[in-house]
Design a protein around this ligand. Structure first.
Ligand code: C5P
Length: 404
């Protein structure tokens, strides 16, 4: 998966000759999977036409704060909320001064004040302007407000001067942004095993019992754990999902296959997360041949036996017991049922979700969950499964490994 996949980047372009390089920057950000909206200052529009950025980004370019038609399409507050990150490249001395002064005198500065997203600047200006005490003081002020400066570079400048103030090359800006967004390596050195997806129990050579689990939540958790620095084994039932980057995948079909893979992974892991929707019962006998409906098979065709509980088996270990997290998909009395499961299965933490809610559940990309452990419970805001996964990994790591 590209590093900036699904990231919504608001690229602010201010006045400076380096603005032409920002056209390439749009492409480089898109190469990493980002969705880019461009905001141009009046100065930037003297150097490059908005149409260039519109064509490259595939989105309308935003220029005016008080343009009713633009506001009707995506208002400035909406745009500020849309962004996961605001990147200003080039950031002129004037933009830096206005941001340091807390001004909101055009669309870009207003967005920077209105957003809760992180703001990064790639300064670009003449070397004397960069060195000027006013600019240096502004840079200091901006850093103290958690605005990140990427560059500037030093070298020959468009005006013929040589010195600091060149904008970083687009690829270096993208690298800086990726580094900035890289999650803290809170699971560095930890081994994590995760079950995901459904299991499948054969009735005969052509039929099986299973469920609607998509595996999305478990795969998102595996991806988030890997991004947090863990060595991840993902034990996946039959699902149509790509293996996340830096994750070792073990494909299984039946519950007993999943149990065997889980036991093996748990022998050498620090954290076990059971996100699979395991089939609770399997046929007592798997027929060698297709079960026929003609043979007087009118009722009681199947006899089922209970499957082993994978997460309870791992949590019940005396030796080599990892920190164990389960999931509870419920349709009523969600918290109450989840708490009972936490105790009955001897888990350290359980993630409860209401699968009957319109947003969330099996096949949705969204989910809303409550995290419960032995010291309390907390309901997290509804979010994309990918975002939720990162939040869950942060909470699990905190609980499991830092004693909080
Ligand atoms: O009991 P229930 O299926 O609701 O419990 C859900 C939790 O238990 C999930 O974490 C699921 O992955 C795990 N589980 C399991 N083995 C089973 C049944 C459920 O690991 N046989």
């Amino acid at each position: 998966m590209p590093t900036l996949a699904d990231k919504r980047i608001l690229l602010g372009v201010s006045g400076g000759i380096a603005a032409y390089k920002s056209a390439d920057l749009v492409r480089r950000l898109q190469d990493q999977g980002a969705d880019v909206h461009v905001v141009m200052t009046a100065g930037a529009r003297e150097f490059v036409r908005p149409l260039t950025f519109q064509a490259l980004s595939g989105n309308p370019v935003h220029t005016d704060l008080l343009d009713p038609s633009a506001e009707a399409a995506m208002g400035h507050i909406e745009l500020a909320k849309w962004a996961d990150v605001i990147l200003i490249a080039p950031a002129s001395a004037s933009v830096m001064a206005r941001l340091a002064g807390g001004m909101a005198d055009d669309l870009l500065t207003t967005l920077c004040l209105a957003t809760e997203a992180p703001v990064l600047l790639a300064p670009a200006m003449n070397q004397a302007m960069w060195r000027n005490k006013a600019t240096q003081a502004n840079a200091q002020t901006l850093r103290s407000r958690d605005i990140t400066l990427l560059g500037p570079d030093a070298g020959s400048q468009a005006c013929g001067d040589v010195g600091p103030g060149r904008m970083l090359e687009p690829l270096a800006i993208v690298d800086g942004l990726i580094d900035f967004l890289r999650p803290a390596q809170i699971l560095a050195g930890k081994k994590v095993a995760i079950t995901a997806g459904p299991t499948r129990e054969a009735l005969d050579p052509v039929r099986y019992l299973s469920n609607h689990s998509s595996g999305k939540m478990g795969f998102a958790i595996a991806a988030a754990a890997a991004r947090a620095g863990a060595e991840v084994t993902l034990i996946a039932g039959p699902v149509r999902l790509e293996t996340p980057a830096d994750v070792t995948r073990v494909d299984v079909v039946s519950t007993s296959d999943m149990l065997a893979a889980a036991e093996q992974a748990a022998d050498d892991c620090d954290l076990f997360i059971a996100a699979a929707a395991v089939v609770d019962f399997r046929p007592a006998v798997v027929a060698d041949q297709k079960i026929k409906k003609e043979d007087g098979n009118d009722r009681d065709v199947l006899s089922l036996v209970k499957n082993p509980d994978i997460v309870a088996t791992i949590a019940g270990r005396r030796d080599r017991r990892p920190f164990v997290v389960g999931f509870a998909a419920e349709t009523e009395n969600v918290i109450e049922h989840a708490k009972l499961k936490l105790a009955r299965k001897n888990l350290d933490m359980i993630v409860a979700n209401d699968v009957s809610a319109p947003e969330g559940g099996f096949n949705s990309d969204h989910n809303q969950v409550t995290v419960i452990d032995h010291s309390g419970e907390q309901t997290l805001p509804a979010a994309l499964k990918t975002e939720l996964a990162a939040e869950l990994i942060a909470r699990i790591a905190n609980k499991a490994f830092s004693g909080n």
